[in-house]
Design a protein around this ligand. Structure first.
Ligand SMILES: [Zn+2]
Ligand SMILES: [Zn+2]
Length: 176
């Protein structure tokens, strides 16, 4: 594997920083929570809407925001400026480079934009613990909130837990 230049590594690190853990896209109107985590305004609202108006931080730090307080969450100016900078920089090039599709989970290789338009953001809550038996599985604990990416016919689901994407048994979770 060819070694990366400092510039490339720096750009990748920046792109990680400006990625919303909920929608996995660049932050859009990033709002900062009392727990210091940052999510897109719309992601916070969508999540609250799917949970009786209560936004629970997906990183399970006990932070809950009621939907009436979401609009008053402060904008994360630093993140917004970095998003601006990185996207402007990307616009100056031709097309943004995509990593090879083989390293990405299948849901990400399909046109992510069209997927996002069709799907609303959906989390499921873990009710029983499961320890991963294979590399492509998630270890889950009761109370974890998993961003649901795919329900498979064989009862397994694909989801994103704390930024890690993997499979978990669909009967170990419940809809929220
Ligand atoms: Zn948090
Ligand atoms: Zn988001």
């Amino acid at each position: 594997m060819p070694s990366k230049t400092n510039g490339e590594e720096f750009k990748e690190q920046l792109e990680d920083i400006i990625k919303c853990p909920i929608c996995l896209d660049n932050f859009n109107e990033p709002r900062i929570l009392p727990c210091s985590h940052t999510y897109c305004l719309q992601c916070i609202k969508d999540l609250a809407a799917s949970n009786q108006g209560q936004f629970i931080c997906p990183l399970r730090d006990g932070i809950t925001i009621s939907s009436t307080n979401i609009d008053s969450l402060p904008l994360n100016l630093a993140i917004r400026d970095i998003v601006d900078l990185v996207t402007k920089h990307a616009d100056n090039r031709s097309a943004a480079p995509h990593p090879p599709s083989s390293v990405l989970p299948s849901v990400m290789t399909a046109s992510t934009d069209s997927l996002r338009q069709q799907q609303t953001i959906k989390f499921v809550k873990v009710i029983d613990s499961y320890v991963a038996e294979h590399d492509d599985e998630l270890t889950i604990q009761p109370g974890d909130l998993i961003l649901l990416l795919e329900r498979r016919p064989d009862q397994w689901c694909k989801g994103n837990l704390h930024g890690k994407i993997g499979l978990f048994p669909g009967n170990f979770v419940q809809d929220i």
